[in-house]
Ligand binder design. Structure first.
Ligand SMILES: Nc1nc(=O)c2c([nH]1)NC[C@@H]1CN(c3ccc(C(=O)N[C@@H](CCC(=O)O)C(=O)O)cc3)C=[N+]21
Length: 307
């Protein structure tokens, strides 16, 4: 595809996500025509964090583009836990709502695990409920966290069969690293999870056919950590000062991943950019999960959504 053979092929997550949203929209339209069910997503945001507001708005817009119902509940920062739990109970009981997402992080006075635990696991389109984590771990059908699900879709679309490949995941969070490991294990990869205590991380990364970076540290993964030809999936979204010192002085920022992109692209076979890689897939998978949840609520087998 590229003229320069020494440079990795870009994995266009934005384009793949747009295709997935289209397939979800078509599948949702069929569900509505046949079964009179319009998938409905409720997004709950507590507080005024500007970055969170942007995600919530993007999600709302994409949901409507997919022909789904999208309700956004904006609660003030000082909302108490009982009020939030009462809203979740009402959404659990609402037959028109098939997916519930509570935007993280929550304000410090709220116990996030109590809130996530109150969501009906069958409406838990983030896949963060312990019941869904357990289902994923033992291979039962459930709802899978959106970011790792999106990464897996990109990997399968790019590489086809993943069986037998060495996968190294850098980062052990409950929302990315651990579920990513479960998904890749399910594809018969040999999976290693690395973290802040890992010894000789560069050497470990050089064993990876698939390298997933989900640490939340700007450009931490360097070019000489990449096995030549490896597939690199960059989950990080980090704001750093603009390259232009004038703009940086004005407080302007740019978004970079957890991978030093230019260096890594010189070694990797394929790589996701930031922005335009994993991020758009996260939102597309949220819609896919909402569609799946709506089908299951009616006992309908979901249509396949792969390309
Ligand atoms: N309960 C919950 N579930 C979440 O999934 C969740 C959350 N809380 N809290 C916040 C994080 C963040 N998140 C993003 C999703 C997509 C992009 C995305 O599409 N980013 C674009 C634009 C990036 C930019 O330019 O800022 C891209 O990467 O190309 C970013 C961030 C979901 N989150």
């Amino acid at each position: 595809m590229t003229a320069d053979p020494a440079r990795a092929t870009l994995i266009d997550g934005k384009a793949f996500a747009a295709g997935l949203v289209e397939r979800v929209a078509a599948a949702s339209a069929r569900l509505e025509a046949k079964h009179r069910i319009k998938p409905g997503l409720a997004v709950v945001i507590v507080g005024e964090d500007p970055a969170s507001q942007i995600y919530v708005r993007n999600k709302g817009e994409t949901t409507q583009r997919a022909g789904m119902r999208s309700d956004t509940h904006r609660l003030p920062d000082e909302t108490d836990q009982e009020t939030l739990l009462a809203l979740i109970a009402a959404l659990n009981a609402d037959k028109g709502i098939h997916g519930i997402l509570v935007q993280l992080p929550l304000p410090g006075h709220i116990d996030a695990s109590a809130v996530l635990g109150a969501i009906d696991p069958d409406k838990d389109v983030d896949g963060f409920h312990v019941v869904n984590a357990g289902r994923l771990a033992v291979g039962l059908p459930g709802l899978v966290p959106c970011t790792p699900l999106g990464c897996l879709m990109l990997l399968k679309a790019e590489l086809g069969e993943l069986s037998g490949l060495n996968a190294v995941i850098v980062g052990r969070s409950n929302i990315v690293g651990k579920p990513m490991a479960q998904l890749l294990l399910g594809e018969s990869c040999t999976v290693t999870i690395a973290h802040s205590r890992t010894r000789d991380l560069p050497a470990l990364c050089r064993t990876a056919d698939i390298l997933v970076a989900a640490v939340g540290r700007a450009e931490m993964i360097r070019g000489d950590w990449i096995k030549p030809g490896a597939t690199v999936i960059d989950v990080g979204i980090n704001r750093v000062p603009s390259r232009d010192p004038m703009k940086a002085a004005q407080g302007k920022t740019r978004v970079v991943g957890d991978v030093a992109f230019e260096e890594a692209a010189a070694a990797a076979g394929r790589i996701t950019p930031v922005p335009g890689g994993v991020g758009p897939m996260t939102i597309a998978c949220l819609l896919a999960n909402t569609y799946t949840a709506a089908c299951r609520s009616a006992g309908v087998e979901p249509d396949a959504l792969d390309a």
